[in-house]
Design a protein around this ligand. Structure first.
Ligand SMILES: Nc1ncnc2c1ncn2[C@@H]1O[C@H](COP(=O)(O)OP(=O)(O)OP(=O)(O)O)[C@@H](O)[C@H]1O
Ligand SMILES: [Mg+2]
Length: 282
């Protein structure tokens, strides 16, 4: 399914982030410009030509005596989807929480859209261009779908927010059909869709999402793959943390395998040897 050409996740607003800037400089600001961006990059999985929207350098995180991450490095380019795959306790959630400013690293660097964010509080990291969708789909149950989206805009400009919401419904029509429903009444899959869209409402450079497929039926996982791909096509970098290897390999341009806090292997789709994956993830 292709999104409507007129729709735009990134219309209006400040031109602060590399991915968004490229899009907006192409006039109408819709998805058509963003498709040009992808064409310029060549085939899926090719290296992004722009500066990375995420750069993690030699990141080490400790909880007391427990080392949760050790010397972890990774990048995500504009419009690229990168998966971090690993078993329970590997440090996946810690990585996202540290990127978000919720956990302070012992050492290492993190840049979002070219800006060093280590030491910044979470709300400023969000403004720097990171949308973190945590595990567990935290929708605001008594609010409607639309009001949940409104919260994600991180903006007090109502007209701009309304414009972004309209863009969201064009790209994700299923959400438009649910707009007046209270979020607490949505199915698990619909809630996952909502929190992804809510993250995109801030027009992030990077969407970082923690185990989105957990508890979802295969049909909803396919929906989710489509949704995240569409987000990436608009130029948003996507970092997905997963235990669901099938989802990660379907969706991602590249994957890293994280085991007990260290990156054991990484590669583009198809490059990761199956036995290696089985060894670490069985
Ligand atoms: N707040 C904390 N205090 C102390 N130890 C923690 C804390 N949070 C996580 N840990 C430990 O850090 C390690 C990494 O945990 P983390 O939650 O990042 O793993 P994960 O890969 O997300 O696992 P899962 O797949 O189960 O969600 C684990 O050993 C965990 O017990
Ligand atoms: Mg986790």
């Amino acid at each position: 399914m292709r999104p409507d050409r007129r729709a735009g996740l990134g219309q209006g607003g400040a031109n602060r982030h590399p991915g968004r800037g490229l899009v907006r400089s192409r006039g109408a600001g819709g998805l058509s410009g963003r498709r040009d961006l992808r064409r310029r990059r060549g085939s899926r999985g090719g290296a992004a030509v722009t500066a990375p929207v995420l750069e993690v350098r030699d990141l080490t995180v400790r909880y007391g005596h427990v080392t949760a991450l050790e010397d972890v490095s990774l990048t995500v380019g504009t419009g690229e989807v990168v998966a971090v795959v690993g078993p329970n306790g590997a440090g996946k959630t810690t990585l996202l929480r540290t990127m978000s400013g919720l956990v302070k690293p012992a050492s290492g660097g993190i840049s979002i859209a070219g800006r060093d964010v280590v030491g910044l509080p979470a709300y400023r990291v969000a403004r720097a261009g990171l949308a973190h969708v945590p595990e567990g789909r935290g929708t605001v149950a008594p609010l409607t779908v639309e009001d949940n989206l409104r919260l994600g805009a991180l903006s007090e400009n109502t007209r701009e927010t309304d414009r972004r919401i309209a863009g969201m419904y064009e790209v994700f029509p299923a959400l438009g059909r649910l707009k007046r429903r209270r979020a607490g009444l949505l199915s698990g899959g619909e809630q996952q869709m909502l929190v992804v869209a809510r993250g995109l409402m801030s027009q992030p450079s990077l969407l970082a999402i923690d185990e989105p497929s957990m508890g979802l039926a295969p049909i909803m996982v396919r929906e989710l793959v489509g949704m995240l791909r569409r987000a990436a096509e608009t130029g948003v970098g996507v970092l997905i943390v997963e235990q669901n290897l099938a989802l990660a390999t379907q969706l991602a341009d590249r994957a890293l395998i994280l085991v007990r806090g260290t990156v054991r292997a990484s590669g583009s789709r198809g490059e990761l040897p199956a036995d290696l994956l089985e060894e670490f993830l069985a």
